[in-house]
Design a protein around this ligand. Structure first.
Ligand code: IMP
Ligand code: MG
Length: 182
């Protein structure tokens, strides 16, 4: 494995990610076996996760995306959530499974969940790869959670810092000097 020069250490290896994704897919497959649902990825962070997850779920379902902006380019949440790009199919009377890279304060997801419920979704559940419960500002418990992560800024496998590092195949902790000088 080639370690990026800005990464301090690997927190979740490529192999661990694969195992987590597999086990999440199995649970979802079991729970949604008799349900029609729409998988909704939050762009851009969920791109690699959703791409891998959907290929392990052997059911028929729709796929759509939402871009919700809650962050600038820094490491702190702003609290206000804006829908930059919306879905193209209706969620009315449909089960929705939101796919997210990480739940941090919970602001983004609670806003998106509320919006989809208001639009008449039959159910809205959350599948997140990473959960950072120490940082939660609103009460929100993901229905499917891959791994609990410590209160550190992590990048890779969709997670960015200032739009970089999304393409790393693992999740790592950034060297502090990288964000201190940005
Ligand atoms: P929340 O609204 O505070 O829960 O923020 C969720 C969003 O913040 C995620 O979808 C990520 O895009 C971003 N985020 C939170 N923590 C991290 C991190 O450690 N690394 C990279 N992005 C993060
Ligand atoms: Mg995100």
């Amino acid at each position: 494995m080639i370690l990026h020069k800005d990464i301090d250490k690997v927190l979740i290896s490529q192999e661990e990610i694969e195992n987590i994704v597999n086990s999440l897919a199995k649970q979802i497959e079991k729970d949604y076996n008799d349900k029609e649902f729409i998988m909704v990825g939050l762009l851009k962070g969920s791109i690699p996760f959703m791409a891998d997850l959907m290929r392990h779920i052997h059911l028929d379902f729709f796929v759509d995306c939402i871009t919700a902006a809650s962050y600038g380019s820094g490491t702190e949440t702003s609290g206000t959530v804006r829908i930059v790009h919306d879905m193209t199919v209706s969620v009315k009377d449909k089960h929705v499974l939101i796919v997210e890279d990480i739940v941090d304060s919970g602001h983004t997801l609670s806003a998106v969940v509320n919006m989809l419920m208001e639009r008449g979704a039959k159910s809205v559940k959350i599948c997140t790869l990473c959960d950072k419960p120490a940082r939660r500002k609103v009460p929100l418990v993901p229905d499917y959670s891959g791994i609990e992560v410590p209160d550190a800024f992590i990048v890779g496998y969709g997670l960015d810092f200032a739009q970089k590092y999304r393409n790393l195949p693992y999740i790592g902790i950034l060297k502090p000097e990288v964000y201190e000088t940005t």
